[in-house]
Design a protein around this ligand. Structure first.
Ligand SMILES: [Zn+2]
Length: 271
C-alpha cells in the first residue's frame, strides 16, 4: 500500500513541469561514504572541519592533500546506491517527456554522475576534480595516490607515523602551478555560478525534493524557503526530522534508498 502522503506528493509531481532535487550527505552515507563530521568522524586527530579549510592549507598543504588522498582512496570503490539510481532513472524519463529536472547536491563524491545523472550542480565541488592555484583550470583527476609521494600514506590511525610532505610532493598543473582539491572548504564561498543555478532552479521549480540533508547550512538552507515562496510543493526525505522539517509540506521518514524509488517509480506516466 502506498502511503497517503507519498501518493499526494506523487500527484504534485505528475502536474509539475520543473522539479528540483537538493541532496546531501545522507544519500552518500547509504553507499558507505565516510563524512569525517560529527561523533567518531576523525582522521587521525582531526575532523573534516579542521582540515578542509584555507587555514589548514596555508599551514600544511601536504597534510591536507594526505587527508584528501585518503578520502579519495576510500571513495574510489564506493558505488551508487538505489537512491542515486532512482534519481538518474527519473531524470532520464522526466527529460524524455520534455520536463525539467535540476539536481543540486552538496555531495562531492560524484556518485550522482556515476549513476547517470546529467543535470547536476555541485554546490561544494568535487573530490574527483583538482584546481590550479596559478591558472585556475579545473580538471578531472582520479589519480590514487594523487602523486607517487603519497603511495602508502594516509593512515587514519592517530598514532600513525606522520610523514612530512614538501612542495615537490604536491600535484602540479601543466602550467606548473600547485593543484588543490576542487572542493569548497569551510570558510569559503560557493562558486557564484553554481549558487546562481541553484537559486534559479529553486525559483522555477513546481516541486522540490530535499533528501539526505539537514539543510541547516546557508546558503543551501535558504533554497527551501525560496522554493516555497515561489510556489513549489516541498518534501523532505530523512531518517529523522531535521530543523528544515517544519518548513516543508511533506516529511518522509526513511532511508533515501527506499523512499526515493517508491516516490519516483514510473513518473512521469506517459502515453
Ligand atoms: Zn595551471
Amino acid at each position: 500500500m502506498v502511503d497517503k502522503a507519498i501518493a499526494e506528493f506523487r500527484a504534485a509531481l505528475r502536474s509539475a513541469t520543473s522539479v528540483m532535487v537538493l541532496s546531501g550527505a545522507g544519500v552518500s552515507a547509504e553507499s558507505g561514504v565516510p563524512t569525517f563530521r560529527g561523533a567518531g568522524g576523525l582522521w587521525r586527530r582531526w575532523s573534516a572541519t579542521e582540515l578542509a579549510t584555507p587555514e589548514a592549507w596555508a599551514r600544511d598543504a601536504g597534510l591536507v592533500w594526505e587527508f584528501y588522498d585518503y578520502r579519495r582512496r576510500r571513495m574510489a570503490d564506493v558505488q551508487p546506491n538505489p537512491a542515486h539510481h532512482a534519481l538518474a532513472a527519473f531524470e532520464a524519463r522526466w527529460s524524455a517527456a520534455g520536463r525539467e529536472l535540476e539536481l543540486v547536491t552538496q555531495n562531492i563524491d560524484g556518485l550522482h554522475e556515476q549513476a547517470g545523472s546529467r543535470a547536476v550542480t555541485r554546490l561544494h565541488g568535487s573530490i574527483w576534480h583538482v584546481r590550479c592555484l596559478r591558472c585556475g583550470a579545473v580538471t578531472p583527476n582520479r589519480d590514487v595516490p594523487i602523486t607517487p609521494a603519497y603511495e602508502g600514506a594516509g593512515d587514519p590511525d592517530p598514532h600513525a607515523h606522520a610523514r612530512r610532505f614538501t612542495a615537490d610532493d604536491l600535484p602540479r598543473c601543466a602550467c606548473s602551478g600547485i593543484l588543490r582539491p576542487h572542493v569548497v572548504w569551510f570558510g569559503e564561498s560557493l562558486a557564484e555560478e553554481d549558487l546562481g543555478r541553484a537559486v534559479a532552479a529553486a525559483e522555477r521549480c513546481d516541486a522540490l525534493i530535499v533528501v539526505g540533508t539537514s539543510a541547516v547550512v546557508y546558503p543551501a538552507a535558504g533554497l527551501i524557503p525560496l522554493a516555497r515562496r515561489s510556489g513549489a510543493v516541498v518534501c523532505e526525505i530523512n531518517l529523522s526530522p531535521t530543523p528544515a522539517t517544519n518548513g516543508v509540506d511533506y516529511h518522509f521518514c526513511g532511508p533515501a534508498g527506499v523512499v526515493l524509488p517508491e516516490l519516483l517509480e514510473g513518473l512521469p506516466e506517459v502515453g
